[in-house]
Design a protein around this ligand. Sequence first.
Ligand code: HEM
Length: 208
Amino acid sequence: MSETSTGDAVAVAATAVQSAATDSWRRAGLAGAAIGVIAAGAAAGVALERLTVGRRDALRRGDPADAEAFANEVRRFYPFVPFVGGLAAGELRWQGVVVPEGSLVLLDVYGRQHDPDVWPDPYAFRPERFLGRSVASDELIPQGGGDAATGHRCPGEDITVALLSCLSTRLADMNYLVPPQDLSISLRRVPARPSSGFVVSLRVPSDA
Ligand code: HEM
């Protein structure tokens, strides 16, 4: 899919579908937000292991731009929410395809985040792709698409980025070992998270 067409897909899914969520789903959603942030934190730990010593040092120094770029690459690279779903509130047409009212519409979040037309070399973890550029709202959609007030976009995105940035800087500055564990991430569960979580053993200084 080209950049334009996936951007259109984001807009269609975000504005023309209504959430199937009931009030109880929404309450569950807030619990889900906390679980999502925990999953994102575990993924940030896994991602730190991919950084060169130089990049980890930059994160440790606490430069806000580096921390935000790292947080955004974690959100792009790892599939906390592989897709977002909704029901078409009315009949709609997209690129000649008619979507009848009541149809289930899925926004392919993982696909968009790994679309090579939007993200060159999408399976490489590169925080620097976020440095020195602004990102259009329909490019980066790890927490849904469209506008948070009217579409299917999470209103907690800024908080998530701030939490991840802060956590990543702290983690980069900690002295720990990562024992053998299963860090694979299955796309079959939401939120997707490393199978083992992210278990670390702290190294305690010998004079402590
Ligand atoms: C990694 C962390 C998070 C992920 C992946 C995530 C993802 C999402 C997604 C996909 C939606 C549904 C959008 C839709 O279909 O309408 C959503 C909704 C929501 N999120 Fe998040 N979220 C995260 C963190 C947070 C945080 C930290 C907060 C608040 C502090 C938050 C608050 C909400 C609320 C209130 C909604 C419901 C909005 C509505 O229905 O009007 N989320 N989130």
